[in-house]
Design a protein around this ligand. Structure first.
Ligand SMILES: [Zn+2]
Length: 262
């Protein structure tokens, strides 16, 4: 780690240089730094660069192709191609669920559509905040991890969408803290799948999402500090028991929250 830090500092002192923190593997959050005047493209998508030269992006769970990072300065364009390492995901079987929990009834389709639209809108925010460059913290103190990122779910014997969060099992009512400074961009008390739901914007498309909350102590647009209590753990929405499920997003790409906690 020490070695990496020194290396990082050295590299950052050259202008036009670019360096990354994070592993180029499926599901990873990656922090980059370059000359603040650079224009940066990830897979031909132009992304925001902070006044200090920081930028952020992430890699999808099933990413197979190499990542193309293009750094444009006045007269030169540097193209970096990085291989993405594959991960092996767990298979999680959950049996004996009520059929309604596996396949939602048609009467809730509109509600689900509305929920997804609101979540998508909050995740699409591209703000100037640069909190993503700092160290994130765990949202609760005492927990048992009962679900990890990427696991393929087989519910009542049928393969379903992978699980994209980390599940922290703890007693109902356990205080839940913001993992990083940010702005609250979604507050919903009762979404169909996710129940009490919060989204925090940490800048440049990096957001964290908490679900199944019992109480919520924050308001839309509120600025929060890392470690601030934002509500309590619950089992609202489609939850099999009290737990907090946290998500990390780079816009529409769902990342492994573990990769921002390291
Ligand atoms: Zn979960």
């Amino acid at each position: 780690m020490m070695k990496l830090t020194i290396f990082f500092l050295l590299i950052f002192n050259f202008s036009h240089a670019v360096e990354f923190i994070g592993d180029f593997k499926q599901g990873s959050f990656i922090l980059g730094k370059t000359d603040p005047k650079s224009v940066v493209f990830i897979d031909n998508r132009k992304i925001r660069v902070s006044n200090e030269g920081f930028f952020a992006f992430g890699l999808d769970r099933d990413r197979k192709n190499n990542v193309l990072i293009k750094i444009k300065n006045k007269n030169e364009t540097k193209v970096i191609e990085k291989k993405v390492f594959k991960r092996k995901y767990k298979i999680q079987r959950i049996d004996g669920l009520p059929p309604k929990q596996v396949t939602p009834p048609p009467e809730v389709f509109d509600r689900i559509k509305r929920d997804n639209k609101l979540i998508g809108k909050a995740r699409a925010i591209d703000s100037k905040l640069v909190f993503f460059k700092d160290k994130f913290i765990y949202p609760i103190d005492k927990y048992i991890i009962t679900g990890v990122y990427g696991s393929q779910r087989i519910l009542n014997g049928k393969p379903r969408r992978p699980h994209y969060g980390i599940d922290f099992h703890a007693p109902e009512g356990t205080p839940v803290r913001a993992m990083m400074d940010g702005e609250v961009t979604l507050v919903e008390k009762d979404m169909y799948f996710t129940g009490g739901t919060l989204i925090f914007d940490h800048g440049h498309g990096i957001s964290t999402l908490f679900m199944h909350m019992k109480d919520i102590n924050v308001k839309l647009g509120q600025k929060v500090k890392k470690g601030e209590i934002v509500g309590t753990l619950g089992q609202s929405g489609r939850a099999t028991g009290p737990h907090l499920d946290i998500r990390l997003n780079w816009f529409e790409v769902k990342l492994d929250p573990q990769t921002i906690l390291k």
